[in-house]
Ligand binder design. Structure first.
Ligand code: ADP
Ligand code: MG
Length: 347
């Protein structure tokens, strides 16, 4: 199979290869192979659905993304959307437009990555579509999840006086992207951080946060079950833009304290190279796939305890205000002027 391409294997040969490696999952009655998949809900739950596209040279580059991690990331971004609602991810559909000369070995690695991410988060692949592409690889992932109606967390519930929280650390993926762009690094990775503090591994960590993000599934579900959270979103375009969506839909504003943004040690080490250290990456860097949520200050201790149980750091970074604006404050109370808002495909 080493030199086989999709052109020689054919569409159905490829679908059979996927079907053979798929495991069944919760609620799956009929998976890949029929005209439509059949699934059963958990009684009392509602359906959450989301879809995402990844296009070659728009969302990924073959020179940076190896097929295994590309498969993982294709699903991770969608799982993150279900996590952001506090949902339990369950079922996915994978549609691919593939250049005919793509090696089957590439597709096998892609599938292996996709299915590894799926099994780590309890997701079953129940169908999709496969066609040929004349202009690069296009990936479309649809995910469905479920949750009890009263637990589902939306962007619209934030209240004035709530604290703004983020999980994990911010800006790592954007810094990873910057390192790749700076160095045109291909595999094997060189480490431009070198002796600058973190040494070997620092760059690798940041780049892996970009190429192999971790959706916060269990954290999202735990927050939803806790009843402590008023609004939630996942951070795919930077906390400034994504909290901005909460603010807009909740008809509130917010103050984000720059000094409280959680930064990883490799991020700090790498940020020294950039003159505007380090705010633009942490505020507006894309693809961290952490969660941003709001919660009454009365719940702070309980949230801290819950996050400890989830094994993930969470940091209060600001406060919800009644003004319609979201402002970013430096430690002396002056506003920080952010030049670039979050990533936007059309600007
Ligand atoms: P139809 O012509 O009825 O749309 P297809 O030949 O497109 O059927 O697909 C056959 C089966 O294979 C379906 O169950 C479909 O969901 C599944 N399938 C096709 N492509 C993929 C894919 N990339 N990943 C997972 N399942 C797929
Ligand atoms: Mg079809």
């Amino acid at each position: 199979m080493k030199d086989t391409t999709l052109a020689t294997l054919g569409e159905f040969g490829f679908i059979t290869r996927i079907a053979d490696s798929v495991q069944t999952g919760t609620g799956v009655i009929t998976g890949i192979g029929d005209d439509a998949a059949v699934t059963a809900f958990t009684p009392g739950m509602q359906l959450l659905s989301s879809t995402d596209m990844l296009l070659e040279d728009v969302h990924f580059r073959h020179s940076w993304h190896d097929p295994y991690r590309l498969g993982r990331k294709s699903l991770a971004a969608s799982i993150s959307d279900i996590a952001a609602m506090g949902g339990i991810p369950r079922w996915s559909l994978l549609s691919l437009a593939i250049p005919p000369q793509t090696p089957v070995a590439f597709l096998d690695e892609f599938t292996r990555g996709y299915l590894a991410m799926a099994s780590e988060h309890g997701v079953a692949l129940i169908g999709g579509d496969t066609c040929s592409s004349r202009h690069g690889l296009a990936i479309s992932v649809t995910i469905m999840g479920e949750q009890l109606p009263e637990r589902i967390l939306r962007r619209s519930g934030a209240r004035t006086g709530d604290e703004i929280w983020v999980t994990g650390t911010l800006g790592d993926a954007a810094m990873g992207l910057n390192l790749l762009e700076q160095n045109s690094v291909t595999s094997p990775l060189t480490d431009p951080l070198g002796p600058k503090g973190e040494g070997q591994g620092g760059s690798e960590y940041l780049i892996s946060r970009l190429l192999d993000p971790t959706p916060r599934t269990l954290t999202g579900i735990a927050l939803a079950e806790s009843g402590l959270v008023s609004a939630m979103i996942d951070i795919s375009d930077g906390v400034l833009a994504d909290f901005g969506h909460i603010a807009e839909l909740s008809a509130v504003g917010g103050e984000i304290r720059m000094d409280d943004l959680p930064l990883s040690a490799p991020f700090r080490a790498a940020a020294g190279q950039f003159p505007e250290f380090p705010f633009p990456f942490a505020l507006s860097g894309g693809e961290d796939y952490e969660l941003c949520f709001t919660s009454s200050p009365d719940h702070r201790k309980k949230i801290e305890l819950l996050m400890k149980k989830c094994g993930i750091g969470a940091t209060p970074v600001g406060i919800v205000t009644s003004s319609p604006e979201v402002v970013t404050l430096l430690s002396d109370g002056r506003p920080f002027q952010q030049k670039t808002p979050g990533f936007n495909h059309f600007t």
